[in-house]
Design a protein around this ligand. Structure first.
Ligand SMILES: [Zn+2]
Length: 355
């Protein structure tokens, strides 16, 4: 896929009138500063789909679909980002250079690609290990937590072996250079010992970006080691302030509300339960998009996470609810338990501004 500079993408965006573009697909009517029409992403009889040219955004109050002119085309036409840019550039009369990138930018883009490949390869390796005899304890752990084979597959769960350079040697054998591995978040280096795995003897949770590409991992130690949970460090491909666990699944769920939980296991368990929660506002039960934090912000869902949540809300959901864990019980065991979920105990509340 060709890559274009931010400036060029901005130029295409500003020369594309979002209302014009959308009205090529949806019949729109002007109301105040916005246009309204029937949402193309869910079935409805009264228009709740809005386009606001001033903000260059579209948003559906019914299903929560929202974004800019590029994401509209990506969603409607199933385009990649590059295809959306090219289509709009053509319409707006912006010439896209064939070779936009300097050699340095090209190198950086190749590096990024290589880091994504290394993380994907690691994910595949961990996945395989979980299902080998080496992974027996981790597999037993996941099963004890009530996860089905289907759920484990869906979330790509795995296991990192006991040897401290197992993955390192595997990736080297696959042709990954130290120069790539040192920036992958998977390996740390010391003068004496050389490459050493960041994760070993852990149940592994691949963290994927919105497109489902593995960008990092969370690992829970087997046994008594410290720390109990370990996450990949931030890397070129893993920006903790811009990613939520489960976003690639949540974005395709046509549901207006979002349930935010703290941990990976909470997200996975709630998905397996096909989680339904009674909203305080209306009595109707509905399935929520379920997301977890990839980093624990200070003062849970405050400050740093706030901005991200507002963005997520604008793009994906009408309201965000937060699953909070009372200190005295383990919500996961509670959710996965035999008895029905008591929504009063899973304290949920609207966090961000209601739309
Ligand atoms: Zn909609």
């Amino acid at each position: 896929m060709p890559l274009y500079s931010e400036n060029l993408i901005e130029e295409v965006r500003s020369k594309s009138n979002i209302a014009d573009v959308v009205s090529g697909y949806v019949k729109l009517q002007k109301k105040g500063n916005s246009y309204f029409g029937l949402c193309p992403f869910h079935n409805e009889k009264t228009p709740s789909f809005s386009v606001t040219p001033g903000k260059e955004m579209y948003y559906c109050y019914g299903c929560g679909a929202g974004g800019d002119v590029f994401s509209f085309l990506m969603k409607y036409e199933n385009f990649t980002f590059g295809e959306a840019v090219e289509t709009l550039a053509k319409q707006a009369g912006v010439t896209l250079p064939v070779k936009e990138f300097s050699s340095r930018a090209k190198r950086e883009s190749d590096k990024r690609q290589r880091l994504l490949e290394a993380n994907k390869e690691a994910g595949k390796y961990f996945y395989m290990l979980l299902r080998s005899e080496h992974g027996a304890a981790a597999l037993a752990y996941f099963k004890k937590r009530g996860l089905s084979d289907e759920t484990m597959r869906r979330f790509g769960l795995g296991y990192s072996d006991k040897f401290s350079d197992d993955l390192y040697r595997y990736l080297k054998k696959q042709g990954y250079e130290d120069e790539v591995l040192k920036d992958s978040g998977l390996v740390s280096y010391s003068e004496r010992g050389g490459g050493r795995d960041k994760f070993w003897n852990r149940a592994m949770f691949p963290i994927m970006d919105v497109r489902g590409k593995v960008i990092g991992f969370g690992g829970r130690v087997m046994g008594d080691g410290e720390p109990k949970y370990l996450n990949s460090p931030e890397t070129v491909i893993f920006d903790k302030s811009r990613n939520l666990y489960g976003l690639h699944i949540a974005r395709t769920t046509k549901k207006p509300q979002l349930l935010l939980c703290e941990g990976y296991m909470d997200v996975i368990a709630l998905h397996q339960k096909n989680y339904k929660l009674r909203s305080r506002r209306d009595a109707e039960e509905s399935l929520y998009k379920i997301l977890g934090l990839t980093a624990k912000p200070r003062g849970f869902v405050k400050g740093a996470a706030d901005e991200l949540m507002v963005q997520v809300q604008a793009a994906y959901a009408k309201a965000i609810m937060v699953a909070r864990t009372p200190d005295d019980w383990d919500d996961l065991d509670y959710i996965m338990g035999q008895y029905p979920v008591d929504t009063n105990r899973l304290e949920a509340f609207y966090n961000c501004r209601k739309r």
